[in-house]
Design a protein around this ligand. Sequence first.
Ligand code: FES
Ligand code: FES
Length: 166
Amino acid sequence: MAITINGTPVDPPADPRVSLLDLMRDRLHLTGTKVGCNQGACGACTVLIDGQRVLSCLTLAVQAEGRTVTTIEGLGADGLHPLQQAFLEHDGFQCGYCTPGQICAASAMLEEVAAGMPSYVTRDLAAPARLTREEVRERMSGNLCRCGAHNGIIDAIMAVAEEQAA
Ligand code: FES
Ligand code: FES
């Protein structure tokens, strides 16, 4: 069964040991998704499967059969995604290596908040989820930035969340 990546059906690899990350980068040349630790610790390889964030280095390509994968190339296919624009405006990056993963993760994270999913630091589980800087920091804690651009990243995400709430 095909994997749909950014709207294009792709045959799964013959070798079931190939990760989704390697399929995308090595075979499809979708190099927007980055390789960092290659062991689930940094978030650089974050993509969306059926709208949910996953670490593509820890996901076998065959696990995505019949599902829809969206990478940074897909998010920005129709012009800059609001998060991409906000990262530009709020200095949400320096070298940019972590940025595709940050933006994919943030897009899913905002959906999680909209769906009312709590985080480890959510104090009132009965109240509608409110996106504070502390919440963004916790919810994005799986995406590391070696350049230390975290304050700009949080500013950018907060700006998009406020736009969406307006
Ligand atoms: S490369 Fe996948 S989590 Fe670091
Ligand atoms: S901008 Fe360089 S690692 Fe985040």
